[in-house]
Design a protein around this ligand. Structure first.
Ligand code: NI
Length: 169
């Protein structure tokens, strides 16, 4: 595994619609491993391939259970993720992004979604997620479509030192 540099705005790769993953070989596994290592080092709770300069539809997410602080974190690695169901119910939360340093914003997201995609072997997977996990997935899927949280935020500000502790993805 190797740490990769996180690209930040205004890097053009962050604004492109990323390419579909079609090869599920060792190169993809290496890329996914690098993304996991880079996300953990940041530290962040999610990362999309364009954030390390690779225009590919690949995301990693690692988050615990908001209802149980002691629950172990769960790692998701999803290629070609798509939201196939989304709740009508939405919630507003505060987001920050490793690729948009120094800003935080209030973003409305679906409370619950179902994500369909492929795992590292190319096998179809589905994940039903809610709350923060659903928010992180929506944030990462936006990244592979060239969308940043600042495009959607109803309010954007420079967080105070205390708020700098915000989780980022
Ligand atoms: Ni982000």
């Amino acid at each position: 595994m190797a740490l990769r540099e996180i690209v930040t705005v205004p890097a053009p790769v962050l604004r492109r619609k990323a390419h579909k993953v079609t090869e599920f070989g060792p190169d993809l596994r290496k890329l996914a491993d690098d993304m996991v290592e880079t996300m953990r080092e940041a530290p962040g709770v999610g990362l999309a391939a364009p954030q390390i300069g690779e225009s590919l539809r690949l995301i990693v997410v690692e988050y615990g259970n908001e209802d149980d602080e002691d629950a172990p974190k769960k790692l998701f690695i999803v290629a070609n993720p798509e939201i196939i169901q989304a709740s009508d119910e939405k919630e507003v939360g505060i987001e920050a992004c490793l690729s948009v340093p120094g800003l935080a914003g209030e973003v409305e997201r679906h409370s619950q979604i179902v994500v369909r995609g492929q795992n590292r072997q190319g096998k179809l997977v589905k994940h039903k997620v809610h709350g923060w996990l659903a928010r992180i997935f929506q944030h990462e899927i936006d990244h592979i479509n060239g969308i940043l949280f600042t495009d959607l935020a109803t309010k954007v500000w420079k967080p105070s030192a205390e708020e700098e502790e915000l989780i980022k993805d």
